[in-house]
Design a protein around this ligand. Structure first.
Ligand code: ADP
Length: 254
């Protein structure tokens, strides 16, 4: 907030203090509202899997002992929803982390090996193709752990919202290393693009039910990007696919 600087003892000093105080209160109020909204959204999102788990557990108790199919279906649903909840709790903890105490370490990273490593981990986990084209530029200056975390979120989305190959391309401009993650999947309607990075925002409920999304991935990606001085841009065409473009400052964060 704005600090009060007492420059003179003039008559409008009190009015200035009053104005600053009001501005502070307004900011605090906005912050509080945002926090309230977040807690309320988080509780709501966690309530859904809990309700599903509870009803399947009840079904299991009632009919699962003498019906193997019911038991199988109920247990599978319980496992799915627990994993969903587990993932969401990890994401919430990530967002709640006190960013000021995060030790960020900018180092010179060899770009091509880093992208190939991330791609091969994704490939192994999901048996999908992640194709890297990143010989130039050779280096990037960033925090390895955080930049990988950011890449994993975008690659995971590219995988979830497409069926074909995912492309990772790197190039450079005068002051940035530009990494593009491209999929040829379902795409995003233009009116949704400005909201994608909001916490819990999802384009439609049913495309996410299928993929098990929570709407928190891109909010986390945006926070990571902010800490690393990276700008994220989105280009997308409905039905044709999406590109998430990372502009990484060549000098890192000063
Ligand atoms: P989620 O856990 O739902 O995937 P995100 O915050 O990562 O949450 O993404 C927010 C929403 O943006 C998603 O629900 C999805 O609708 C849309 N989205 C993100 N990435 C893509 C992509 N590569 N292609 C299509 N839609 C996407």
């Amino acid at each position: 907030y704005e600090k009060i600087v007492l420059t003179d003892k003039g008559g409008d000093e009190l009015a200035k203090i009053n104005h600053t105080f009001n501005m502070m209160m307004e900011k605090l109020e906005q912050h509080y509202q945002k926090q309230q909204q977040f807690v309320s959204n988080a509780s709501h999102e966690l309530k859904t899997p809990i309700t599903v788990i509870e009803s399947y557990a009840k079904l299991l108790l009632r009919r699962g002992f003498d019906n193997k199919e019911v038991a199988q279906e109920s247990l599978q649903a319980i496992v799915n929803e627990s994993s969903r909840m587990h993932e969401m709790v990890l994401q919430l903890l990530e967002l709640a982390k006190n960013k000021e105490h995060l030790a960020i370490q900018f180092t010179q990273l060899e770009l091509s090996p880093l992208l190939r490593k991330v791609a091969s981990q994704m490939q192994q986990a999901y048996h999908r193709s992640f194709i890297v084209d990143a010989e130039v530029p050779r280096y990037m200056y960033s925090d390895e752990k955080l930049v990988k975390q950011l890449l994993f979120i975008l690659l995971d989305n590219a995988r979830k919202y497409s069926e074909g190959d995912v492309y990772i391309h790197a190039t450079e401009s005068a002051d940035c290393v530009i990494i593009t993650i491209q999929d040829k999947g379902i795409g995003i309607p233009a009116e949704h693009i400005p909201h994608l990075f909001e916490r819990f925002y999802r384009v439609t409920e049913d495309r996410n039910r299928k993929t098990g999304g929570s709407g928190l991935g891109l909010a986390i990606a945006q926070e990571l990007a902010l800490q690393l001085g990276i700008i994220i841009e989105v280009e997308s065409k409905l039905g044709q696919g999406s590109s998430f473009i990372l502009r990484v400052p060549k000098e890192g964060l000063q």
